[in-house]
Write a protein that binds this ligand. Structure first.
Ligand code: KIV
Ligand code: NA
Length: 264
C-alpha cells in the first residue's frame, strides 16, 4: 500500500485518531518499528546524542546524518521517513534550507524534513513547501537553541504560550503538515492542538496532542542516565543487552560457548 503520506496524516487528524512516531537511525530498528505499524519514523538530529555521542545536537552535520537516513529508508517500507535538518544547515536562507532538504530527499531518500523554530524560519518553510518538500515544524524546547534557552527546561509558560501558539499558526499558514511540541505545558499543547488543523506531535507535551514522539532508545529502556520526566520505558533493553553481553563473555572465558552445535 506504499508509505504513509501527508494525506494519511491529515486524515488521522480529521478522524481524531492518535498515532505514535519514533526516532530511528539504523536498518534494524527501522524494520522492527515498520513491522509493528509505526506510521512515521524520524531520523532526528538526536542522532548526535544516541549515535555519535555528542553532548548536544549542535555539532551533528548533514554528512553525518545522510547515511543514517539511507539506512532507515532501506529498513522501513511502509513508514514515512522524516529527516531533521541539523543546526546551521537551514537558518541562513530559504535557498540553504532547500539545498539541504534536497540532499535529504535525493541522497537520503527521506519523504519529509523537520526544522526547529517559529517566525524566524517561516520563509524557509514556505520555500520548501513551494518546492514540494513536506515540512514538520518543531516548537517549545528546541535543542539546537540550547545555548539561548539556557538549558533543557519547560518552554511556553505564561506569555510565551501566546508566542508559541502564534508560531504554530504561522507554521501551519506557511504549509507545514505537522508540528512537534517539545516539553511545553499540557494545557498549552491542548490549546494549540485544538486551534490547528495540522497535527501536533507531542514529546513532554501532555496527552492531548494528535500524536506522540519519543527517542526510541528512551522508549525501549536502552538509554542510560537520568531520563526526563516525560520518558516512559516500555522495555528494559539496557539490562537485557548488558546481561546478554556478560553471559556471552562469561561462557567464552569458561569455554562453555561455542560447543559442537555451533561448530562445522
Ligand atoms: O531529534 C529528535 O529526536 C527530535 C524528536 C525528539 C522530536 O527532534
Ligand atoms: Na531533533
Amino acid at each position: 500500500s506504499g508509505r504513509t503520506t501527508v494525506r494519511d496524516i491529515r486524515a488521522a487528524k480529521e478522524r481524531g485518531e492518535k498515532w505514535a512516531m519514533l526516532t530511528s537511525y539504523d536498518v534494524l530498528s527501522a524494520g522492527i518499528f515498520d513491522e509493528v505499524g509505526i506510521p512515521v519514523l524520524l531520523v532526528g538530529d538526536s542522532a548526535a546524542n544516541t549515535v555519535y555521542g555528542y553532548e548536544t545536537t549542535v555539532p551533528i552535520t548533514v554528512d553525518e546524518m545522510i547515511p543514517l537516513v539511507q539506512a532507515v529508508v532501506r529498513g522501513a517500507s511502509n513508514a514515512m521517513v522524516v529527516a531533521d535538518l541539523p543546526f546551521g544547515s537551514y537558518q541562513s536562507s530559504p535557498q540553504q534550507a532547500l539545498e539541504t532538504a534536497a540532499r535529504f530527499l535525493k541522497e537520503g531518500g527521506a519523504q519529509a524534513v523537520k526544522l526547529e523554530g517559529g517566525a524566524r524560519v517561516l520563509p524557509q518553510v514556505e520555500a520548501l513547501v513551494a518546492a514540494g518538500v513536506p515540512v514538520v515544524g518543531h516548537l517549545g524546547l528546541t535543542p539546537q537553541s540550547v545555548h539561548t534557552l539556557g538549558g533543557y527546561r519547560v518552554q511556553g509558560r505564561d506569555r510565551a504560550g501566546d508566542v508559541l501558539l502564534a508560531d504554530a499558526l504561522g507554521l501551519q499558514e506557511a504549509g507545514a503538515f505537522a508540528v512537534v511540541l517539545e516539553v511545553v505545558p499540557a494545557d498549552l499543547a491542548a490549546r494549540v492542538t485544538k486551534e490547528l488543523t495540522i497535527s501536533t506531535v507531542g514529546i513532554g507535551a501532555g496527552a492531548d496532542c494528535d500524536a506522540q514522539v519519543l527517542v526510541w532508545q528512551d522508549m525501549a529502556g536502552l538509554s542510560g542516565g537520568q531520563a526526563p520526566r516525560f520518558v516512559k520505558r516500555f522495555a528494559e533493553l539496557r539490562t537485557a543487552l548488558a546481561d546478554a553481553a556478560a553471559a556471552y563473555s562469561d561462557e567464552v572465558s569458561r569455554g562453555v560457548y561455542p560447543t559442537v552445535e555451533h561448530s562445522y
